[in-house]
Design a protein around this ligand. Structure first.
Ligand SMILES: [Zn+2]
Length: 241
């Protein structure tokens, strides 16, 4: 195994632990990263709660969701979310899927989720809503094949976040740190918007403000959060990968 791959695997374990510690995922939800040497593959844990994941749990998949060396490990049913997004978006290097609680009300009411706090600008200008029922009718709401994954990926267009009706959200990033960062602040954005709306008319960030914040949210910001979250999750912070 190469040193780079070792670091990416370690970073992926850390990303899982942070998302659990920050309560973006519970026993369900998952995070993946594109394989650093094989852009046509991705790395994702076997089906296990993110808080419990070790490096031995990480499996390699083709973009179609076929495991490369499964051994006795059972993959997540919803792995197709990840492959479909890597397939549709060459710019994407990391994907989070979660059932983060505060986003759920936005997925079922049609009320648009929009950033109102500077830290939440990372969720992007538009948080689209994907409703599996539109194309697939009555299902268990799980993304259990590539058809559903591709339909979901299409709804994101070039965006960073998307909601799934009655189910959760997806977040994409150019690094694991960025995808985790956006996921944490997507949950906060939803919580704050629900607190602000009963108080009166909400003044959201303008498109120009969102752009300006996004442009200055680089390693300076991401690494500061990452260091803190690593400590809270009892993980060692590595150099960026
Ligand atoms: Zn799910």
């Amino acid at each position: 195994m190469t040193q780079k791959l070792d670091l990416v695997l370690d970073e992926l374990v850390t990303a899982n632990r942070i998302l659990a510690r920050e309560e973006v995922v519970d026993s369900f939800g998952h995070v993946s990263v594109r394989h650093p040497e094989r852009p046509d593959r991705y790395l994702l844990s076997r089906a296990r709660a993110p808080e419990r994941i070790e490096v031995e749990d990480i499996m390699e998949f083709t973009l179609e969701g076929e495991p490369i060396d499964a051994r006795d490990r059972k993959p997540y049913l919803e792995r197709f979310i990840h492959g479909a997004l890597y397939e549709a978006r060459p710019d994407v290097q990391a994907v989070v899927h979660n059932h983060s609680p505060s986003v759920i009300p936005f997925g079922v009411t049609g009320t648009k989720l929009k950033p109102l706090l500077h830290m939440c600008a990372s969720i992007g200008h538009n948080v689209p809503l994907w409703d599996s029922h539109d194309k697939f009718g009555d299902t268990a709401l799980l993304v259990e094949n590539m058809d559903m994954g591709r339909d979901l990926a299409k709804s994101l267009d070039k965006g960073r976040t998307g909601l799934m009706r009655g189910h959760g959200a997806v977040v994409v990033g150019q690094t694991l740190r960025q995808a985790v960062f956006i996921s944490v602040y997507l949950e906060l954005a939803a919580k704050l918007q629900m607190q602000a709306m009963p108080l009166g008319s909400v003044k959201y960030l303008t498109d120009g403000e969102v752009d300006k914040v996004i442009n200055r949210t680089g390693p300076y910001t991401l690494d500061r959060a990452w260091e803190n979250w690593c400590r809270r999750a009892d993980r060692t912070m590595n150099a960026s990968v």
